[in-house]
Design a protein around this ligand. Structure first.
Ligand SMILES: NC(=O)c1ccc[n+]([C@@H]2O[C@H](COP(=O)([O-])OP(=O)(O)OC[C@H]3O[C@@H](n4cnc5c(N)ncnc54)[C@H](OP(=O)(O)O)[C@@H]3O)[C@@H](O)[C@H]2O)c1
Ligand SMILES: *[C@@H]1O[C@H](CO)[C@@H](O)[C@H](O)[C@H]1NC(C)=O
Ligand SMILES: *[C@@H]1O[C@H](CO)[C@@H](O)[C@H](O)[C@H]1NC(C)=O
Length: 329
């Protein structure tokens, strides 16, 4: 009896140690410098949507450290200012800026659930834009509509970014070579573009709608890459893996299961800076200069399911998106 209890305690301890070791080893293996070469992005302007939290915030921190002027496009000015203040403090504490110091951080209001907000954002003059990172996202929320009546996940994750990118294309072209980075998810596999009910008025399935919006991100990237051939503006899409962020805010985990969930996510999920590596890579690495229309995970190209490579669906989605956001020429 006593032996069994001792064995159980030892097993629990061993398990805990193993988890901790895995966590630490993982952090080191995945490389936590993030800053890469310290002046790689000097003189470049990067716009990151949803930069006040999770992956966007971690991406902003790294690119700032490599010298970029980072515009944080955020829906909530207060949350964004707070995140910006924290990033500046962290940078000062790290005390490692190169000879010319770190880049610059600018907060701008951008609500992707409002076409009006997207248009207003794009009217503010910027002399150049070298990298656009479509990162903001909303995950499995209850049925909601954007200001313009779109199903929220399709509206924010796809349509808002569709309009934003289109309105910024002129500036990206005049700043070429320039890059667009789109943050999708492996969950695209469970989605479909059901053209007959894009606003989910007939039925709403929150998992399906998230997956649909992330499939739309990939189809958008591939169609845009086709349209941008020969312009020196590239566009690539990525999945970050499973990352511990605020994305799960709408998922209810029963109180009793929470500690277990926290333990598992601590041990097995990536940290935001680990999850952001592919975004940082696609935004800044010379290795992907000229690469366009590709899907990446862990800083490597990955294969897509046929449904994400369907050119006729990609074109049809593009045409319908133009009508939905009102930029039909
Ligand atoms: N975490 C993962 O495991 C995972 C896996 C696959 C893909 N992704 C993708 O990674 C991206 C970043 O997510 P995250 O994990 O970093 O989650 P997060 O911590 O929740 O960050 C999401 C960001 O998007 C912003 N956002 C939401 N709705 C917006 C709107 N209407 N207008 C402007 N910004 C809006 C949020 O702003 P507020 O703070 O104001 O809400 C926040 O800044 C998303 O596209 C997500 O689909 C994440
Ligand atoms: C909702 O969608 C997901 C993913 O597409 C699917 O696996 C699930 O069966 C759907 N749920 C219902 C109730 O239809
Ligand atoms: C693209 O970049 C190449 C190499 O820098 C340059 O020769 C070419 O003129 C550029 N094309 C456009 C359309 O800007």
């Amino acid at each position: 009896m006593a032996a069994a209890a001792v064995a159980a305690v030892l097993a629990a301890l061993g398990g805990g140690l193993w988890l901790a070791a895995r966590r630490l080893a993982g952090a080191r293996a995945r490389g936590l410098h993030g800053a890469e070469e310290s002046a790689l992005m000097r003189g470049k302007t990067v716009l990151i949507t949803g930069a006040n939290s999770g992956l966007g915030r971690a991406t902003a921190a790294a690119l700032l450290r490599s010298g970029a002027r980072v515009i944080m496009g955020c829906r909530d000015r207060e949350r964004a200012q707070e995140a910006a203040g924290q990033l500046r403090r962290e940078l000062r504490q790290a005390g490692e800026p190169g000879p010319e110091g770190p880049g610059e951080l600018v907060v701008k209001e951008l609500d992707l659930a409002s076409l009006r907000s997207v248009r207003a954002f794009c009217q503010e003059e910027e002399p150049r834009l070298d990298v656009l990172i479509n990162n903001a996202g909303i995950f499995q929320c209850p049925y909601m509509k954007t200001e313009d009546g779109f199903e929220m996940q399709f509206g924010v994750n796809h349509l808002g970014h569709f309009l934003l990118t289109n309105l910024l294309l002129g500036l990206l072209k005049s700043s070429a070579p320039s890059r667009i980075v789109v943050v999708s998810s492996k969950l695209y596999k469970y989605g479909d573009i059901n053209f007959e009910d894009l606003n989910s008025e007939q039925s709403y399935n929150k998992s399906f709608c998230y997956s649909r919006s992330k499939l739309a991100n990939i189809l958008f990237t591939r169609e845009l890459a086709r349209r941008l051939e020969g312009t020196n503006v590239t566009v690539n899409v990525l999945h970050p893996g499973i990352v511990r962020t605020n994305l799960g805010r709408y998922i209810n985990i029963p109180l009793l299961v929470k500690p277990l969930f926290n333990l598992i996510s601590w041990a097995f999920f990536k940290t935001p800076i680990e999850g952001a590596q592919t975004s940082i890579y696609l935004a800044s690495s010379p290795e992907v200069e000229g690469v366009s229309g590709k899907y990446f995970g862990d800083c490597k190209e990955e294969e897509l399911l046929p449904k994400a490579m369907d050119e006729s669906v990609a074109r049809k989605l593009w045409d319908i998106s133009e009508v939905m956001v009102g930029i039909l020429k």
